[in-house]
Design a protein around this ligand. Structure first.
Ligand code: PLP
Length: 456
């Protein structure tokens, strides 16, 4: 299977190439040249993952090797089912995606991605340096995904004093020689600008073999298609999915699973006050606005970067058209789609709902009073959307994207109960931390990164 860019002018690549490149050289995102179909015959989560997604990697990795990588990746989850389905109300289910090492759904993709990187790099005799910026969740999931890798070093920049203590400790207490956390004297945007500047510094990028594992990497989306299939297999009926959405990666995986033959009835997009997608689904127009902080910070985004993959489909896979539309978006801050495009691609599948912080709190409170279950604020945004758009006779599965203990203040505010960390993290607050303070200075950060690169 070959991968092509959504902007039409980068060379097509095989799986290994798309995995290691992340972003295409024309600024686009890689997608398979056609959507295959998939069916599962049951078995463990890892077995199902291998059955569904091996076809995306088959030219580069034999099935038995790939199945082993899936088994190792998902053995890091504390729940034997990996992604269990739990009923919250008649015809309403939660799909718990937070049983991985860092308590958020990003582990599902990043645990596999780390194993894939290491396998592919070992085969090629290469080594990469991953650099990234985090405002909290992604950094810890990325670190945990690569902490065992022989061929990957990782430097994560975070804004000093501006991530929660749980989030910081999940990064700084990982004791692996290839993991380096840097507290930058600045904001999250400063950290992100430093990362972009390192990638734009071509001599530095090439000398250090820089790489990224951000949410536009095809392999992350691929790994996320699996739980749509497994949850439908468990339920044994058609269902709709409600997805708390930021970058559109998770819900896009649901759309792809549907294209691949999963019995997905509809997809409900839940957003917080950063509601660019909900406004798009109401108005056929995407328009940027400044980000406002909310109780569900992992969804506080201005632009949903993975939407580009759906837009490419809506444009009949015309890369040039997609490129000019997105260039217009960058310069004017807005673009629209036509009524026929909307009616063909969006209206039959997608619905959207926005939750204010008050509604998020009310949802957490209501679930606790009715079921004694604690849910995190992101999951609450998804569940509110499911309640708003659920259809009679069609079960709705809400993706539970974080463990409540990851956002204890919001959960306590809503329910009066402070959720405790699961056992494997119970001693998080007594583990030694490793982190380096650096100024918001490109030369200083580049010196640090170069010094941490292990020899091949
Ligand atoms: C990243 C994240 C999301 C948003 O997922 P996208 O794939 O970016 O739409 C939702 N909830 C939590 C807890 C997250 O960490």
């Amino acid at each position: 299977m070959k991968y092509i860019s959504t902007r039409g002018s980068a060379p097509s690549l095989g799986f290994e190439g798309a995995l290691l490149a992340g972003l295409a050289s024309d600024g686009g995102l890689y997608v398979p040249e056609a959507w295959p179909t998939a069916r599962i015959s049951g078995g463990s989560y890892a077995e199902c993952a291998a059955q569904i997604t091996h076809q995306f990697v088959a030219e580069d990795i034999p099935f038995d090797v790939y199945r082993k990588l899936c088994e190792v990746a998902y053995s890091s989850f504390r729940h034997p089912e990996v992604a269990p389905l739990v009923e919250v109300a008649p015809d309403h289910y939660l799909l718990e995606l937070f049983h991985g090492p860092t308590l958020a759904f990003k582990d599902v993709a990043l645990q596999l991605l780390g194993r894939l990187f290491d396998h592919v790099l070992a085969k090629r005799g290469e080594r990469v340096m991953i650099v990234g910026a985090t405002s909290g969740d992604t950094g810890s999931a990325a670190i945990d995904g690569v902490k065992h890798c022989d061929n990957v070093d990782i430097v994560i920049l975070y804004p000093r004093g501006r991530v929660s203590e749980v989030q910081r400790r999940q990064m700084t207490t990982v004791d692996s020689p290839n993991v380096h956390c840097v507290a930058i004297d600045g904001t999250f945007d400063d950290c992100q600008d430093l990362v972009k500047a390192m990638f734009n510094d071509e001599p530095f990028r090439l000398a250090n073999n820089l790489s990224a594992v951000n949410s536009i990497n095809w392999a992350r989306v691929m790994a996320q298609t699996v739980y749509y299939f497994t949850s439908l297999h468990t339920l044994d009926r058609q269902a709709s999915f409600s997805v708390p959405t930021g970058n559109f990666g998770n819900v896009l995986a649901g759309w792809i699973a549907r294209e691949m033959g999963a019995d997905v009835h509809g997809l409900i997009v839940g957003s917080n006050s950063n509601d660019i997608l909900t406004r798009f689904f109401e108005s056929k127009e995407m328009s940027m606005r400044p980000v406002v902080p909310t109780l569900s910070p992992s969804m506080d985004i201005q632009v949903s970067s993975n939407f580009e993959r759906l837009l490419f489909e809506m444009n009949g896979r015309d890369g040039a058209a997609t490129k000019s539309q997105l260039q217009g978006f960058r310069s004017a801050g807005t673009f629209g789609v036509s009524a026929p495009q909307f009616d063909r691609w969006i209206a039959p599948v997608f619905k959207a709902h926005r939750s204010s912080d008050d509604e998020t709190v009310a949802t957490m409170r209501r679930v606790y009073s009715e079921t004694k279950m604690l849910i995190d604020p992101h999951t609450a945004v998804g569940l509110a959307a499911a309640m708003a758009h659920g259809e009679a006779g069609v079960p709705t599965i809400t993706l539970a994207t974080a463990h409540p203990a990851k956002f204890p203040d919001a959960v306590e505010k809503a329910t009066g109960v402070r959720p405790g960390l699961p056992e494997h993290l119970a001693d998080l607050f007594s583990r030694p931390e490793r982190s380096t303070d650096l100024a918001n200075d490109l030369a200083e950060v580049e010196r640090f990164v170069a010094s941490k690169r292990r020899a091949l």
